[in-house]
Write a protein that binds this ligand. Structure first.
Ligand SMILES: [Zn+2]
Length: 562
């Protein structure tokens, strides 16, 4: 559980005699205290920080002749700036320039997009992309499908959840994947009855293809990041935790160096904590990087080193999540060999890596979707050394949690890094794969919170879009308007209140990164705020899904204004 605030929550209090440089008046959600919205009438800002929060008269008492005044409209409300606690920022920046199949309703439509892209590319270029979904397309696509759409081309297309990749015959051949190729540990090659590969690789096996794709250079990241960063700021996101790239990343140089260069040049518009995968741990230790270390030369650094990111298991959609009890059987049963999912990293290996990282001052975050994976992640965090670092130990996704493991989140002080927006596309699949466990123990956000977990929201972009607002709406309503008629909320007992959800979006991530001065709008905190329509927080946040901020402020400066 989080402890008492270090900054005072008391209205009107300020640290010194300075007059306010700027005051903001209207409905302001401060998230003061341990629960609720903590609404006030006004806040005062000086030198990029909130110096007081309280009533209009209390704030006016500390105004000077030069104090500027920002008046919210009667139909507006201000919140602390949002932090996306799980956004593959560097990947999403690159992915924005790749083929996006998420809008293709059918395989035929997807192949049309592939063919159009194939026509435009240089003969030797790779055709890369993402966003297809075997569930949406009614089956797994094959390399044969690509032979007509992009003949002779090297094609590698991530599934929407980035746990499977669809490749062309040329890539299969060049990667040496044939009927006799064995499945690698932690991965699988999808096959026909006679053993021939179909063109789909799962989990660790995806590296056989992705390791052949030219890695984006630091310059490519630097060119691609500004656009996505400013899109995020427009949406009210003032900070991001980048859990590392989704593909192979042995050198860690690209994104981390790009963030450092951008921060030093004043070209990073939001705060970033960048994590590395296991392949990057040795290099990170060698360079003396610790969790929270500034990347680059600016001591106030907007770019910082985040966590060691480990993968315990795979995904729900690929039925590679590690399960305590088997998946519910499929009608056509091609996955019977993965009944309890797979370990992408064996629990003993995770435990070793987390301790090794902790000895070097690096905290760990572990991807765990299935209940066995979540348990293994919590086991990894039992040794106190893995939890006594500046940044908090965290379980990513925590989609299915055995009820017996829930209290461990509170007891060990673990952050549950959740992506409520996943429920939008996962609900049907979760019911199919997990049966009655799905709604009893799946996406158990209320239970996690009640058991003392710190909830930190994210989108998992580019797996989902970067917009944080649909996820906030789903956390409260556990329902999506586009679901088939008649489908009610998914496990409604696990709904969060509006205040809980805003805390998950604004405050929880700041607590995860060990920043005591972010996530609230009370004295001492950084003046990061977002102004949205007040109607969106009425009727329990029913309209939050479509929020577009009117104004976003970072460190007391207007970063976006519509
Ligand atoms: Zn992710």
């Amino acid at each position: 559980m989080s402890g008492p605030d270090r900054s005072s929550d008391r209205a009107g209090e300020r640290r010194d005699g300075r007059p306010a440089q700027l005051t903001v008046h209207g409905r302001i959600v401060t998230l003061a205290g341990e629960r609720g919205l903590g609404e006030v009438e006004a806040i005062a800002i000086a030198d990029g920080r909130v110096i007081a929060a309280g009533s209009t008269s209390e704030i006016e008492a500390i105004c000077g002749p030069k104090t500027r005044r920002l008046e919210l409209g009667p139909a507006e409300i201000a919140l602390p700036g949002l932090t996306d606690s799980h956004l593959h920022l560097a990947d999403a920046a690159i992915a924005a320039h790749e083929l996006d199949l998420s809008g293709a309703a059918t395989l035929a439509e997807g192949l049309g997009l592939v063919a159009a892209r194939h026509e435009r590319l240089a003969p030797d270029a790779w055709l890369t992309g993402h966003g297809w979904d075997a569930a949406r397309w009614g089956g797994w696509p094959t390399s044969g499908d690509l032979a007509d759409a992009a003949p002779g081309r090297r094609v590698a297309l991530w599934a929407h959840d980035h746990h499977a990749i669809w490749i062309s015959d040329r890539v299969l051949t060049e990667a040496g994947i044939g009927p006799m190729s064995a499945d690698p540990a932690g991965g699988a090659i999808r096959r026909l009855g006679d053993g021939r590969p179909t063109g789909i690789l799962h989990e660790v096996a995806t590296a056989r293809a992705t390791s052949r794709i030219p890695v984006p250079t630091q310059e490519m990241y630097e060119a691609a990041l500004p656009a996505i960063c400013s899109d995020l700021v427009r949406l009210g996101v003032v900070a991001v935790h980048d859990p590392g790239v989704l593909g192979a990343d042995p050198l860690v140089d690209g994104p981390l160096t790009a963030y450092a260069v951008m921060a030093d040049a004043g070209r990073l518009p939001l705060r970033v904590h960048a994590s590395v995968r296991a392949e990057g741990l040795a290099a990170s230790i060698e360079r003396g990087l610790r969790s929270g270390s500034v990347l680059g030369g600016d001591p106030a650094g907007r770019a910082r080193f985040g966590w060691l990111k480990l993968f315990a298991d795979g995904s729900l959609g690929s039925r590679t999540a590690a399960m305590l009890e088997p998946f519910a059987p499929l009608a056509d049963n091609p996955d019977s060999n993965h009944d309890r999912g797979i370990w992408v990293t064996e629990p003993a290996v995770m435990a070793d890596l987390a301790v090794r990282a902790a000895e070097a001052g690096i905290a760990t975050q572990i991807h765990g979707i299935g209940d066995a994976a979540v348990r293994a992640a919590l086991d990894t965090f039992e040794p106190a050394a893995t939890r006594s670092l500046g940044l908090r130990a965290r379980v990513e996704h925590a989609q299915l949690v055995d009820p017996g493991d829930l209290p461990r989140f509170g007891r060990l002080g673990i952050v549950a890094s959740i992506q409520p927006v996943h429920l939008r596309s996962d609900a049907a699949q979760a019911r199919t794969s997990w049966g009655e466990r799905a709604e009893r123990s799946g996406y158990a956000w209320r239970s996690l919170l009640d058991n003392g977990a710190t909830l930190a929201f994210g989108t998992d972009a580019p797996v989902e879009p970067i917009d944080p607002w649909p996820g906030i709406a789903l956390a409260i309503g556990r329902h999506w308007p586009a679901w088939p008629a008649g489908s009610g909320p998914f496990g409604p007992a696990e709904s969060l209140t509006l205040a809980d959800a805003l805390r998950g979006a604004c405050l929880g991530p700041a607590q995860a990164e060990g920043s005591p001065d972010r996530g609230r709008l009370i004295a001492g905190q950084r003046a990061d705020l977002v102004v949205i329509p007040a109607s969106s927080v009425e009727r329990d946040g029913a309209r939050l899904a479509g929020v577009r901020p009117r104004l976003v402020m970072i460190d007391g400066q207007i970063a976006f204004e519509a």
